[in-house]
Design a binder for this molecule. Sequence first.
Ligand code: AMP
Ligand code: GLY
Length: 445
Amino acid sequence: MTHVLLVGSGGREHAIADALSRSDDCKLYSFMSSRNPGIVRLSEEWAVGDICDVVSVAKWARARKIEVAVIGPDAAFEKGVVDELEKNEVLVCGPSKAAARIEWDKSFARELMKKNKISGCPKFISTSDAKTAAEFIDELGGEVAIKPSGLTGGKGVKVVGKQLKDGKEAKQYAAEVLSANIGKLGSVVIEEKLEGEEFTLQAFVDGRALAGMPLVQDHKLAFEGDKGGNTGGMGSYSDANHLLPFISARERDAALDIMRSTISALAKAGSPYLGILYGQFISTAHGLKVIEFNSRFGDPEAMNVLPLLEGDFAEIAGRIGEGKLARSEMKFAQKASVCKYLVPEGYPEKPLKGEPVEVNEGAIAREGCKIFYASIDEREGKLVMLGSRTVALVGQGASIAEAEKKAERACTYVKGKLFHRRDIGTAELINKRVAHMAALKGKGN
Ligand code: AMP
Ligand code: GLY
């Protein structure tokens, strides 16, 4: 049996644990920042600790004779968890600190694209000077996105017309990012504001080769009709043909080419990328652009694709760590999927905490759906919400509509002071996306 380490404790990591548990040859050991009841059940042994204390993680792994590791959250990469595990001869499905810089330093990511003439890079500058930032904001007519270079837990990016009113507020925010050192890298990225439909392409990468997964669309805003504050992602869907209703195979291939060029640029720079690469793209009237790269599976996007994976994930993860991905089978079932997150009332601003949750797992399984636990604990046999995205329900089907109906039925089997977006995966919302894309493409011609 291969001893496999999982690091992380959210819904994404429960989906990883679930995929690993379907492998023929895997004993799972999980190191979590809080006790995820779903992961606990699938683990041979588990521990709760600081996942950013990478020396302790590696020590725990060594004592359990770990051979392969899969890392979920971005923060651990920045701290060098992969480098530390590799010192201990573990094959890791995850990038080194140097390669993961593609996520933890947005200036680096943009400069890498520019230097290597990789297509899909918006107009941008990266600077540590507020005056230079202000001049560039004027040059772009105030239509900008402001991004702290470093990690901010998804809360740092602000866009004019969304979180910022106009160019003046953009300048103020850019100056604030620098003076308060938001993101902790001392620089800010200013880039042209892009308009279009966003989608996610995740890929397995072994340093050189890359294998794409089905496309997914996430929903960042808290409330139905894309209203409310930004969240980690309220839910997501994927289609049976692995494309999206508004993204063609040609556009998907163009996105894969961009990711391939990025991987070879990293290899050329001496930091080969091994692990899961997450590309956030936006299809605009002027073609495909990159919003950002992440060095890990998306949460919720992992919950769409991993249950569809027909290959052996423990084997794939080991092959990625060895740099020999080509030897693995990486097929995904030709089914659509819809994932809906149930979150505490008051989320994201003032979420309830410590309230009870009741889950009828048997009924969810009878619907043919999966439940993934996230920010939730089990205390004296009872489930309690911890204050962030609580549980995710995933339905599959021949069509997005069928998967959506199943996910929605599954949601009725979870009781508690929770809410979710009923519109994710519905024909009404998807038709809106298709019409938006058609209108933009019309403008571009
Ligand atoms: P990120 O943290 O980079 O994923 O950005 C969060 C969100 O900000 C993205 O999902 C986009 O909706 C938005 N965003 C990021 N960059 C831009 C841009 N250049 N133009 C418009 N929106 C953007
Ligand atoms: N769903 C967005 C992310 O994982 O970053």
